[in-house]
Design a protein around this ligand. Structure first.
Ligand code: PEP
Length: 242
């Protein structure tokens, strides 16, 4: 199971300090049951000690090689800073920064070239779900990734994050989440790809969600900013051990 904490544009050197020791110990304790990852803002990445046991990830990665792209962060720099993971296509990037699915695919491809594992985020809005468009939206988000990455998709992680559940306190029911995860697994035809659920995961609902057959872990936003909540969710992941 994977439990990845996305701090979004939150965090500070003090928060990092508070997390590093306990999370290193937790990953050591749960090493055979859970892969724990922390995805802080880019400015904090270089500040983690090289020996922290958990995985570090970036919230975004440039689709370009190092060069004249002010404000972007290259995959090679992320690699040098110790990252193992890179989120691509988080719904906030798609909505607030207009990232297309083609661009998301290019970012995933660039990350793979540096041996970073892309965590490809997908999900529909509430209006799209209500209109019965969920499968079409997910098909459209997946298509460029499938075309561009082909067999390399097997080296990625996919996070299903219904936009209506992100930061809203509304969680997809375990059945709703399982239905979409099973559909994604069938659609990509790669049974080894880890499929994570994201959207208001908390200590209170993590066990039920993680128990679903096609859910291989979670991408956790708000609850990952509190070490106690995050630790409880990591332990829920470890209990499933799949
Ligand atoms: C996220 O940011 O990926 C997320 C799932 O946020 P939250 O857990 O706060 O809904």
């Amino acid at each position: 199971m994977y439990v990845l904490g996305n701090w979004k544009m939150n965090g500070s050197p003090e928060l990092l300090e508070r997390f590093t020791g306990p999370l290193t110990a937790l990953q050591g304790e749960l090493s055979s049951q859970a892969h724990i990852g922390l995805i802080p803002p880019a400015g904090l990445l270089g500040k983690f000690p090289p020996n922290c046991e958990f995985m570090l990830g970036a919230q975004d990665v440039s689709e370009y090689e190092d060069g004249a792209d002010t404000g972007d962060t290259s995959a090679s720099l992320l690699k040098a800073l110790g990252c193992k993971l890179a989120l691509v296509g988080h719904s906030e990037r798609r909505q607030l920064f207009g990232e297309s699915s083609a661009r998301v695919a290019a970012k995933a491809s660039r990350a793979l070239k540096q041996k970073l594992t892309p965590v490809i985020c997908l999900g529909e809005t509430w209006e799209q779900r209500e209109a019965g468009d969920t499968w079409q939206v997910l098909t459209d988000q997946l298509a460029p990734v499938q075309q561009q990455l082909q067999g390399e998709l097997a080296r990625c992680i996919i996070a299903y994050e219904p936009v209506w559940a992100i930061g809203t306190g509304k969680t997809a029911s375990p059945e709703q989440a399982q239905e979409v995860h099973a559909w994604i697994r069938e659609k990509i035809g790669l049974h080894q790809v880890a499929l994570l659920y994201g959207g208001s995961v908390k200590p209170e609902n993590a066990d039920e969600l993680f128990a679903q057959k096609d859910i291989n872990g979670g991408l956790i936003g708000g609850a990952s900013l509190d070490i106690e909540s995050f630790e409880k969710i990591c332990r829920a992941g470890a209990r499933q051990n799949k």
